[in-house]
Write a protein that binds this ligand. Sequence first.
Ligand SMILES: CC(C)(COP(=O)(O)OP(=O)(O)OC[C@H]1O[C@@H](n2cnc3c(N)ncnc32)[C@H](O)[C@@H]1OP(=O)(O)O)[C@@H](O)C(=O)NCCC(=O)NCCS
Length: 194
Amino acid sequence: MEKFRYVKPSKEWEEQTIDFIHEFEEMNSSIDGTNQLHNYFDSYDDWLDKIEHDRMKTLTEDAVPAETFFFVRDSDNKMVGMINVRLALNEKLKRLGGHIGYCIRPTERRKGYNKINLYMGLLYCQEHGIKEVMLDCEKDNVASAKTILALGGKLIKEWYEDDIYHCIIQDYVIDVDKSIEQNKSVYEKFISRR
Ligand SMILES: CC(C)(COP(=O)(O)OP(=O)(O)OC[C@H]1O[C@@H](n2cnc3c(N)ncnc32)[C@H](O)[C@@H]1OP(=O)(O)O)[C@@H](O)C(=O)NCCC(=O)NCCS
């Protein structure tokens, strides 16, 4: 059985990270949960600085503290996904964005990986005292909606977003403790403890 772990971005992952983000470009895939990695194609070091800086931010209407992880498969040490967890939300993110953004690289999709990724993200939220996680996704993003639903997400609102995405957005909440309790028998076995 494959196992997975979170890795904090660092210089030694530069080559894999560039390969990862190129795959999204090549396959014309949307990207989420990378903390703007796609805008730092030629400046990995600057992106690492940004990640470090974001970790330290204090909550304001313009900024929130956030942590970014690589979601790595143990067997081949391959970066198969990413997650970005906002540890506090300002009004802007409560309206659009929520606590968590995530992605799985196109060639590794539909293997149940993102459900494991979100489960691990919820564990991280629990460690940081977040009781209820807010997530949103475009209504057409079935893979993301199903990930959220699989982890016990409750749809609380559907609305038309007219400024950035121009589409119907679904807002979900997940009760963190409850989701972990209900899903640990399914997902704990996939987590690497190395
Ligand atoms: C959304 C995303 C992370 C899903 O990753 P994934 O590893 O393929 O998801 P999983 O394999 O864990 O599947 C999660 C659920 O979605 C379903 N699913 C996955 N891809 C699907 C697709 N293309 N069509 C329909 N259902 C799909 C799976 O069957 C599963 O549902 P189930 O629990 O009922 O079986 C991935 O598609 C991605 O990176 N997309 C681009 C970035 C993005 O959209 N991020 C989210 C923004 S809100």
